[in-house]
Design a protein around this ligand. Structure first.
Ligand code: ADP
Ligand code: MG
Length: 687
């Protein structure tokens, strides 16, 4: 039997099951063998029925002595089954299991059966109950040894495919498949003893002890992580052996620029500029991620990099995720660079503009082109592209990035992000990039005080804001329209605006949201920047990069509806000048968890700490889609709890490429195959 063999070739698997399997994405022997249990139940020996409730779910076995079906409120139903311990002990009370509105359960459970249940025991009145336990009916057939009297695997199941059926199929396949057809994909350095992949797969499905289960899982997680890291390492190596050009000028232009600044660079800025400069001067293409918290001064670093390239005789492109940001960057660049005679052009979906002593229309005459990400899709022809700076990478897919850097000859690429990413994720999502981190804020920054307040306190909050506005500060009000791409209700936005105008009267307010025409938006921003308006009532279009130092106040309505990382981003719009800043998170939900969540922002202003907390709360899925990362989805490993294994896998992959960059040695051929195979899988998401 080959592991690539389709399951449809086995006549012992009936057609309806094949269809159900397909719904789980399982088509071949290999797919089914890597459909790993999501947990295991210890069914070697069942504990006695508990007499107290517990937060930890337990696995119990008993005989059904009574069932009942009750209706309530029209056609809602509760199905109830009372279980008695199979070997009753003097102390044990029956256990009541209840399922609400699950019509299929009542068809599966009947008096006289023995069943296994898994759930949290709860005290209801005087009785111990389990609500919605997972359950399995024991049927006394020859297969009983597969399902019971052992540590039993529990699989992700689907309709038409019960635990029992899945378990029996996996069991049978494992019996029929030969060890040799399951190639071990781990390098020696990652192996624990001599457990092969075959042994690990067998032991993880049907472990003989918890210890064995743990060892098998580690092997499988390491295999999965290693496959990912060897792919990343290969991308990295590919990029570094591509020949590019050195794009770095001697630095006189940069020095002139730095002398013209009204402030000193921070040590961290100096450090990362040096790192970038080294890359720009090398002949292989730069592929670097610049991370730094909001307000840490990344734009300045980008300008420095672009000036080096311009002086070297090449063009630079500066791409921003939104129109507002592109225009802001354009303004900033012109302010700093016009005096140096650098020629800059703006290219966005709706606006094209050129600066400089002479209006030259061929883009080849432009030294720096600023634009939205759309820039790469439109046919802006760069005659001489040396550097691409991508601002706020998380809004920009890996696929798009790949497309950009595949140009010939390869430009240097600098990706900037203000979304701090926990380290394990950096290793995965940005594993193919070199990383520079700005870990220091410019000095003389006013502190931001963050406070969570209930909506009922609005009038006090308003009084406070007014006293601040009177001293000349400016305010952002963010109202919760989480996603600008969702159909934005323009009327609701206008109504919101009216409310705020009244609340803040006589201070001048303006409205900002995604549906306002670009031209108008731009003017609104200009008036705010010049201090002609006191408050901007805005959606999250404001989220990234907007920079108005005098705006030191922010009020976020419905703060509970945003994620922590997003709130941190928003908050980064203030605290940019010398004034003390205040961020008020207004919530309407008095849920304990919500305020606990938001309290993190009251206690820390460090983006990495916020990111870790956010990750804790939401899991990595929300932070970055796997689709966007261009990496295969994980089947068994957990990026957070298995972070230590990811580190080991990465180190091993890096070592292999260091010793043999083209994977030519015989023992590395299996890794080469692993890479080719994965590239096949991920091609569709990358291209
Ligand atoms: P971000 O990293 O969020 O993109 P910006 O580059 O927009 O931050 O910088 C925020 C503000 O800090 C800008 O007004 C910028 O001019 C200013 N700035 C940058 N570097 C320094 C520095 N070394 N000292 C003082 N202010 C700085
Ligand atoms: Mg920025």
């Amino acid at each position: 039997m080959e592991i690539s063999q389709p399951l449809s070739e086995f006549n012992w698997i009936p057609r309806p099951r094949l269809l159900a399997l397909r719904r789980l994405g399982i088509e071949t022997v290999e797919d089914l063998l890597s459909h790993f249990p999501r947990r295991h139940e210890d069914r070697t020996e069942f504990p006695h029925f508990p007499r107290e409730e517990s937060e930890v779910p337990v696995c119990l076995c008993g005989e059904v002595i009574k069932t009942s079906l009750r209706r309530f409120g029209g056609w809602k139903k509760i199905f109830q089954a009372t279980l008695q311990e199979s070997q009753p002990n003097a102390l044990s009370e029956p256990l009541v299991c209840r399922w609400f509105n699950l019509h299929y359960v009542q068809k599966m459970i009947a008096t006289g059966q023995r069943i296994v249940v898994f759930g949290k025991p709860r005290l209801r009145g005087k009785r111990i109950c389990m609500d919605h336990p997972e359950f399995e009916v024991i049927e006394n057939d020859e297969e009983i040894s597969i399902h019971f009297r052992r540590i039993t695997p529990i699989y992700p199941a689907t309709e038409g495919l019960s635990q029992r059926v899945l378990r029996s199929m996996v069991y049978r396949l494992l019996k029929e498949v030969a060890d040799q057809s399951l190639e071990t994909l781990l390098p020696r350095a990652l192996m624990n003893g001599d457990m092969t992949r075959a042994a690990a797969i067998r032991a993880f499905h049907f472990p003989e002890s918890w210890e064995q289960q743990g060892g098998a899982r580690e092997h499988l997680v390491l295999s999965e992580f290693f496959a990912m890291q060897i792919l990343i390492a290969s991308r990295r190596t590919d990029a570094s052996i591509r020949t590019g050009q050195a794009h770095c000028g001697p630095g006189a232009l940069l020095n002139t620029f730095l002398k013209s600044l009204p402030f000193e660079l921070t040590g961290a800025q100096r450090k990362v500029i040096a790192e970038i400069r080294r890359d720009l001067g090398a002949t292989h293409p730069m592929n670097r991620l610049l991370q730094g918290d909001v307000g840490s001064g990344k734009t300045l670093v980008a300008i420095a990099a672009m000036l080096l390239v311009v002086e070297g005789g090449y063009q630079a492109a500066f791409m921003a995720p939104t129109q507002i940001l592109a225009e802001q960057h354009y303004d900033v660049l012109r302010r700093w660079l016009d005096p140096l005679g650098v020629r800059i052009a703006l290219r966005t979906g709706t606006r094209q503009e050129e600066s400089g002593p002479l209006p030259l229309f061929a883009s080849g005459e432009r030294q720096i082109i600023v634009g939205t990400h759309a820039l790469i899709y439109e046919s802006v022809s760069f005659s001489n592209l040396g550097l691409v700076v991508i601002d706020e990478q998380h809004k920009f897919g890996v696929a798009q990035r790949a497309r950009l850097i595949m140009r010939e000859p390869a430009p240097d690429v600098l990706v900037m992000t203000a979304t701090p990413i926990p380290r394990t994720l950096t290793m995965t999502i940005y594993g193919d990039l070199d990383i520079s981190t700005i870990d220091e804020m410019p000095r003389n920054r006013g502190k931001i005080t963050t406070a969570v307040r209930d909506e009922s306190k609005l009038s006090e909050v308003l009084t406070f804001l007014r006293t601040q506005l009177e001293t000349g500060r400016q305010l952002y009000v963010i109202y919760p329209l989480i996603d600008e791409t969702e159909k934005l209700d323009v009327k609701a936005a206008a109504a919101e605006y009216e409310v705020w105008r009244e609340r803040l009267h006589p201070f001048r307010c303006e409205l900002l949201h995604g549906r306002i025409p670009a031209q108008e938006k731009q003017q609104t921003m200009q008036r705010f920047r010049r201090g002609e308006t006191s408050a901007l009532i805005s959606t999250t279009v404001l989220e990234v990069g907007v920079d108005v130092p005098n705006a030191s106040l922010m009020l976020i309505e419905g703060a509970e509806r945003f994620g922590l990382a997003q709130l941190h981003q928003l908050r980064g719009r203030i605290g940019r000048g010398e004034h003390k800043s205040y961020c008020i998170l207004l919530t309407s939900a008095q849920v304990k968890e919500t305020s606990a969540k938001l309290a993190v922002l009251e206690t820390t202003s460090n983006g990495f700490e916020v990111a870790e907390a956010d990750w804790e709360l939401r899991g990595p899925g929300d932070l970055l889609g796997t689709a966007q990362s261009g990496l295969p989805a994980l089947k068994i490993g957990n990026l957070k709890s298995d972070a230590h294994l990811m580190r080991r896998a990465r180190a091993a992959a890096v070592l292999i490429f260091e010793a043999d960059p083209r994977l030519e040695s015989p023992e590395n051929q299996r890794f080469r195959r692993l890479i080719v195979e994965q590239r096949g899988h991920t091609f569709s998401s990358v291209s």
